[in-house]
Design a protein around this ligand. Sequence first.
Ligand SMILES: [Zn+2]
Length: 406
Amino acid sequence: MVKLGRTIKLRLYPDTNQAEQFLAMRQEYQRVANIVSQWIFDHEFQLSWLKINHQLYKKLRQESSLNSQMVQSVFRTVVARYKTVQELMKQHPYRYKNEEKKWVQVPRNLDWLVKPIQFRRPQADLVRQSNYSFVDKMRQISITTLGKRTKLAFTDKGFEKYFTGDWKLGTAKLVHNRGKWFLHIGITKEVSDFDAKDNPTVVGIDRGLRFLVTAFDSKGKTLFFDGQKILLRRKGFLEIRRQLQSKGTKSAKKKLKRLAQRENRWMTDVNHWLAKTLVAVYGSHTLFVLEDLTNVTFNTDDLPKSLRNSHRSWAFFQLESFLTYKAQAIQSAVVKVNPAFTSQRCPKCGLVEKTNRHHETHEYWCTQCQYRCNDDRLGAMNIEMLGQDWLNGVKHPKIKKLTTAG
Ligand SMILES: [Zn+2]
């Protein structure tokens, strides 16, 4: 079994009075968080939840209107933040040059903090049933704020499906963003794992630009997802970016930033759509095979000069993570294989030969067995084959280039 986690976001519609209560609760939560933070700072960074609870719980319950779950939630929030900071300090030791002009590293721990961590906008954890619950046949939500229970309307646009299924609702956070209130609820569901013995469909996925994705499955079918529109749109973005860069003014810089955000959002949408489509087309019990692009310098031969930038890798990794996430929910899985020679191997006779690939005509033509094929499709075929290897127990499948022994 694998546990899936998601966050659903409900828009809340509090009246003026309720909004004031929310703000008051947040303020109190923040005040108590800073008290706890001060205590941790004064007590040699004691991060044991038990000890903090023992020392502070009673006192805080007496002087604060936060209920029991809220006080404990403050402890969790504050301890978690200190642990994050502790981890960050460990990862970034203090470095300086000594008299011999050599770099010296000094490991850091929380003792290096000169003042307690300040909590400016902590988000209150709301425990289901005791702090929030659905009432009136799920038409309203009831939230406890500083001792009072209050009912209000909400919308679940886009998240409706999670209410009908077997998702378990967990702890929620009350979020205030640009004058609007939201309730973010963590939800979980247990589903069965992908089972390699289930005779899965294997789908090799080649990612590129001309075709955003080329997919080849174990039944021999190929799917092409056109990348031309995306290429054009990217070129458009690039052109505007170049114009703005040449201006160099303050307002141009602002516009550049906005443009980058828009481009990222748009690419994220494309990736969501791609992952969704792939999962819908192949369904349950599918092994999606992708090239492992970690530590690979991108071979940018295939790209027009104007598009050789780091954007591409970012988008590729995002697609991978979206697909993994969506596949998991339907007993499918993603496996990554070594990308070496996937565009050079003949799927019929196994010969690995770089010059068999003709970039201009997008064709692969095997000099040994005369097999001919579109080069994007060829990549997907080889990736699919590596997926089969993985199913057959090869841990790190890869194509080996055999030197011809004559
Ligand atoms: Zn061949």
